[in-house]
Design a protein around this ligand. Structure first.
Ligand SMILES: *[C@@H]1O[C@H](CO)[C@@H](O)[C@H](O)[C@H]1NC(C)=O
Ligand SMILES: *[C@@H]1O[C@H](CO)[C@@H](O)[C@H](O)[C@H]1NC(C)=O
Ligand SMILES: *[C@@H]1O[C@H](CO)[C@@H](O)[C@H](O)[C@H]1NC(C)=O
Length: 229
């Protein structure tokens, strides 16, 4: 898995060098400490957690579309978040960002809870390892009714590209070996209307995590500390 991340990095760097230098303004982001929380989760009200999303270097959008019998184009065929297992490439983090386009502050503290706005970083495997290119959890619309969470190159352009990668993270609980944060998708700049986005775990046959606009799936997305042994 490590080798394939490296190869992916090389090919993307090559592509970047070949294109002209962008002059658009940039968002400024910095990784926030999460008290050891590193696993994404999807909880439902009766089973906790329902799913631990992860990425695998060989599971991409074309696999996800094939699994649901869709013939839609996977485009540049990004990695897709799938139901995964602990310690199989599921490490995530959060970077708070200042975006003039999105208008949200990178940090605030409403009703006593720490809250940030920015990107969910997908680190993959090895745990805590550096990923090339830098990947962010992204909402990827493919066709009506088929929308996925993918891991794609993070955008640092201060423009509408932020709309598919901007999330809010709210601190719910922290303590000794406790770290629990809620994650919500921000669909549009502050002060403008946005759909509400919900998420659902995949199945054994179609493990991709799916996105459901305006349809409450009964699941909550978050990131937490998990102790396994
Ligand atoms: C965003 O800008 C504010 C005000 O300049 C600054 O205090 C904060 O550290 C910045 N946050 C990030 C993530 O760059
Ligand atoms: C990806 O690799 C894993 C581990 O080698 C394997 O179990 C899985 O079937 C592969 N998935 C696909 C879609 O090729
Ligand atoms: C939550 O999980 C339980 C147990 O697996 C399942 O029966 C129930 O349908 C799930 N609820 C939702 C909203 O998916």
């Amino acid at each position: 898995m490590y080798t394939s991340w490296f190869a992916l990095g090389i090919s993307l760097v090559g592509g970047a060098l070949a294109s002209p230098v962008e002059r658009s303004p940039s968002v400024h982001c910095s990784t926030i400490p999460l008290n050891g929380a590193q696993y994404l989760y999807l909880h439902n009200n009766t089973k906790n957690p329902t799913s631990l999303p992860g990425i695998e270097s060989n599971y991409t959008l074309s696999n996800a579309l094939a699994a649901i019998g869709s013939s839609a184009s996977p485009g540049d065929n990004p990695l897709v978040l799938i139901n995964s297992f602990p310690f199989q490439g599921d490490n995530f983090g959060f970077e708070a960002c200042n975006s003039t386009y999105m208008k949200f502050p990178s940090y605030d503290k409403p009703d006593g809870r720490n809250r940030w706005y920015g990107h969910i970083r997908a680190y993959g495997d090895p745990p805590g390892g550096v990923n090339h290119p830098v990947l962010c959890v992204t909402r990827r619309w493919v066709e009506p009714g088929h929308e996925f969470l993918t891991a794609e190159a993070c955008s640092y352009a201060d423009d509408s590209s932020q709309e598919t990668q901007f999330f809010t993270i709210v601190e719910l609980q922290t303590g000794f070996e406790i770290a629990n944060y809620y994650l919500g998708m921000i669909g549009a700049p502050e002060g403008t209307w946005s759909k509400q986005y919900y998420f659902a775990p995949g199945t054994t046959a179609a493990p991709a995590i799916t996105v459901h606009p305006e349809e409450d799936t009964g699941h909550r997305l978050g990131i937490e500390y998990l102790h396994f042994n």
